[in-house]
Design a protein around this ligand. Structure first.
Ligand code: NAD
Ligand code: DAU
Length: 352
């Protein structure tokens, strides 16, 4: 078995679904605290699959994590669990420190203890895969080269600082204890089951609900977008073949300005579900106050993972964003469930 954390969130649940789509795949223990971002509806299609065991709990709970490791004897741990939203980290950073820093620390310590007691062969093959972000590298100017694995860490938000701290812990556990880790630093993901606090799902839902499409500042900030299924395939590849102690940047070579992303979504919606008044959804675009400390540009140089592990993204931005918009149009029940939750309170706090 493998143990994953945060597997009811956006990327984690996509990972579970993709993993179990392979009939030969091992089972998954899925430990998730079910914060506002964790949603068991994402895992509805595997609820009767005996290979998937869901455990409601916190990565910071030493007793629980220790017990799970003892009971299920996983050959690997993939740590997706995190507080992941930059804007929320600006409003309230404490939970980011608790989960991203202290939670990762606890997971590392429990896993190190478990690993230390394994027989030699299992010890040798064990992996701790830490899922991280490109935001740890800070912000690029328009002409800077894309982030490579040797860029210095320059996190600018409470979220990215907490992820950077967790990356440092993971690195130190390898160097000090020879604990077998790999880390991936990925760019912005999008796709099915994306919680609508993040730009792409927020814009799709607001467009369909005749609401403003909020663009922070001048909308010229650049993100490097990767379809979530491609992130999941990269993680599988790194877990299987990555070198211990190494970090791998994962990205889709898809740098886009936010305004361009929003206009693309509008034009796909104009085609797939035109507004009743015949006007474009782009009419709903509204420029709002900028995010404090807003990073201007992220870009990932993914040549290391491509060269050394042979990984390539399957989707371009054009194919991935179309699939994503279509998924939201096809899944109104999932949307209803999400929108009726604490998401409403968050929208009020952020945009009023
Ligand atoms: P998400 O916010 O959608 O999901 C996070 C999940 O972790 C939720 O299910 C939540 O319930 C769970 N969780 C939070 N605190 C927990 C705790 N203390 N114990 C157990 N579970 C807990 O996040 P996501 O977008 O799926 O991101 C997953 C990981 O990938 C994060 O580590 C994030 O930093 C990283 N990442 C995300 C992106 C992106 O674009 N979304 C890009 C690169 C890296
Ligand atoms: O780069 C990887 C990171 O991408 C992950 O580590 C984070 O977990 C993930 O949330 C994401 O962070 P961003 O801050 O880039 O994503 P978000 O969707 O919040 O914002 C994308 C861009 O769009 C960003 O420049 C801010 C802008 N934006 C966002 C929202 C929610 C707007 O202009 N309007 C909005 O309403």
């Amino acid at each position: 078995m493998i143990l994953i954390t945060g597997g009811a969130g956006f990327i984690g649940s996509n990972f579970v679904l993709d993993w179990l789509a392979n009939p030969a795949a091992e089972g998954i223990i899925n430990l998730d605290k079910l914060t506002y971002a964790g949603n068991l509806a994402n895992l509805e299609s595997v609820k009767d699959d005996p290979r998937h065991v869901f455990i409601h709990g916190d990565i910071g709970d030493k007793e629980l994590v220790g017990k799970l490791l003892k009971q299920y004897q996983p050959r690997a741990i993939i740590n997706f669990a995190a507080e992941s939203h930059v804007d929320r980290s600006i409003h309230g950073p404490a939970e980011f420190i608790d989960t991203n820093v202290l939670g990762t620390f606890n997971l590392l310590e429990c896993a190190r203890e478990y690993w230390g007691a394994l027989a030699e062969a299992e010890k040798e093959s064990f992996r701790f895969h830490h899922v991280s972000t490109d935001e740890v590298y800070g912000s690029l100017s328009a002409t800077d080269p894309a982030f490579t694995e040797s860029n210095p860490y320059e996190p600018n938000s409470p979220y990215s600082a907490s992820k950077a701290a967790s990356d440092h812990l993971v690195r130190a556990w390898f160097h000090t204890y020879h604990f077998p880790v790999v880390t991936t630093n990925c760019s912005n993901n999008y796709g099915p089951y994306h919680f609508p606090e993040k730009l792409i799902p927020l814009v799709i839902l607001n467009a369909l609900n005749s609401k403003p499409l909020p663009i922070y500042g001048d909308g010229q900030q650049i993100r490097d977008w990767l379809y979530v299924g491609d992130h999941c395939s990269a993680i599988r590849e790194v877990l299987a073949k990555g070198k211990l102690g190494e970090t791998y940047n994962i990205g889709g070579w898809n740098e886009k300005a936010n305004i361009e992303v929003v206009k693309t979504i509008c034009s796909i919606l104009d085609e797939l579900q035109p507004r009743s008044d015949g006007k474009s959804y782009a009419e709903q675009i509204t420029f709002v106050k900028d995010r404090p400390g807003h990073d201007r540009r992220y870009a990932i140089d993914a040549s290391k993972v491509e060269r050394e592990l042979g990984w390539r993204p399957a989707q371009t931005f054009e194919t991935g964003i179309r699939k994503t918009v279509q998924w939201y149009l096809d899944n109104p029940d999932w949307i209803k469930g999400v929108v009726s939750g604490s998401y409403r309170d968050w929208l009020h706090k952020q945009y009023n």
